[in-house]
Write a protein that binds this ligand. Structure first.
Ligand code: ASP
Length: 322
């Protein structure tokens, strides 16, 4: 009995190690918790394409959308902790949602950080039919309206929603949020004139701004963004201090072997250091994480610091979700 128990234990440990050593031996899936064609999806697809070169296996994207990304993150949390299911997320999904939803999982205790990914300042954009031509004019137009303007978001707790709350907070304006499963469908409706504005990730808006399909007012950063040089910063446009950067990251379920996490981290870091990938990301207005912030531990520490910073403001905003 004892010998059988010991043999089973040895077999289990050997099998566990063998699995980690051979990782990956089949395709990996990155769960993107927002719509295809949106900013999270675009970044994940660019990185996945390069990560497969380091990993030697396909890296697939699965879009599991809804409830501000909390459904997709839940899917990854409940997956086997073997490195084959990776959770892509950002300040909204892996920080803000913990203060908004009854998640049924813990964003820190149930996930293992893998790597910090590029970040994106936000850009205030409207449909072309809005008469304002500058941020000050937009604010006056919003204040003068009898009913709140409509602002598209990727759901409660998403980047576009947190940025909208911040915008309301700093201006005293009230917005009526229209939630989508990602800012890709929200952008379609903005271009079509169905909603008034989005406080969006630059990577999602930049193409439509360049094409003249929507109007940009300001980026929420202290410096102009390389890929949108003619759009003023919020400091320049009259809302000093309205700075927000939406960072992204990768996680795996808690209990994933350390060397599997290290392999996934190495693949992400190789992708971020690849000149072609960097160019693609920079063209979308994305900014690289600092070189000394690329370890799993750095993402873990950063996520905790962001929870401490954002939860009080989000809880004070008393966001209601159905
Ligand atoms: N990142 C989301 C998306 O890809 C948008 C958001 O968080 O606002 O649609």
């Amino acid at each position: 009995m004892r010998r059988a128990g010991l043999a089973a234990l040895i077999a289990l440990l050997t099998f566990g190690n063998a699995r980690a050593e051979n990782f990956p031996s089949h395709p990996i899936t990155i769960v993107v918790p927002f719509s295809a064609g949106g900013p999270s999806d675009a970044m994940a697809r660019i990185l996945a394409e390069r990560m497969k070169m380091t990993l030697g296996e396909a890296v697939l994207i699965e879009n599991v959308t809804g409830a501000g990304g909390s459904i997709g993150v839940g899917r990854a949390v409940r997956a086997a902790p073997d490195g084959y299911t990776v959770s892509f997320g950002h300040l909204g999904t892996h920080v803000a949602n913990g203060a908004i939803y009854k998640l049924g999982y813990d964003l820190v205790a149930d996930l293992e950080p893998v790597a910090l990914l590029p970040s994106n300042p936000m850009i205030i954009v409207s449909k072309n039919a809005v008469p304002a031509k500058s941020l000050q004019e937009l604010i006056s137009w919003l204040k003068a309206r009898p009913a709140p303007a409509t602002a598209g978001t990727a759901g409660a707790g998403s980047g576009s929603h947190i940025a909208g709350l911040y915008f309301e907070n700093i201006t005293g304006i009230k917005l009526q949020y229209v939630p989508y499963r990602g800012t890709a469908p929200a952008m379609n409706d903005l271009v079509a004139g169905q909603i008034d504005l989005i406080v969006d990730q630059i990577s999602n808006s930049i193409g439509q701004v360049r094409a003249g399909n929507i109007r940009a007012y300001a980026v929420t950063a202290d410096k102009r963004v390389e890929s949108a040089q003619d759009v003023p910063t919020t400091d320049e446009a009259g809302l000093p201090g309205f700075h927000m950067t939406l960072w992204s990251g990768l996680w795996v379920p808690k209990g994933t072997p350390k060397d599997v996490v290290a392999k996934l981290n190495a693949a992400a870091v190789d992708a971020l250091n690849d000149a072609v990938v960097r160019k693609q990301l920079e063209n979308l207005g994305l900014q690289m994480p600092p070189a000394n912030q690329l370890s799993p531990e750095a993402l873990g520490a950063w996520q905790k610091a962001e929870i401490a910073k954002w939860w009080p403001m989000i809880k004070a905003a008393n966001v209601k979700v159905d």
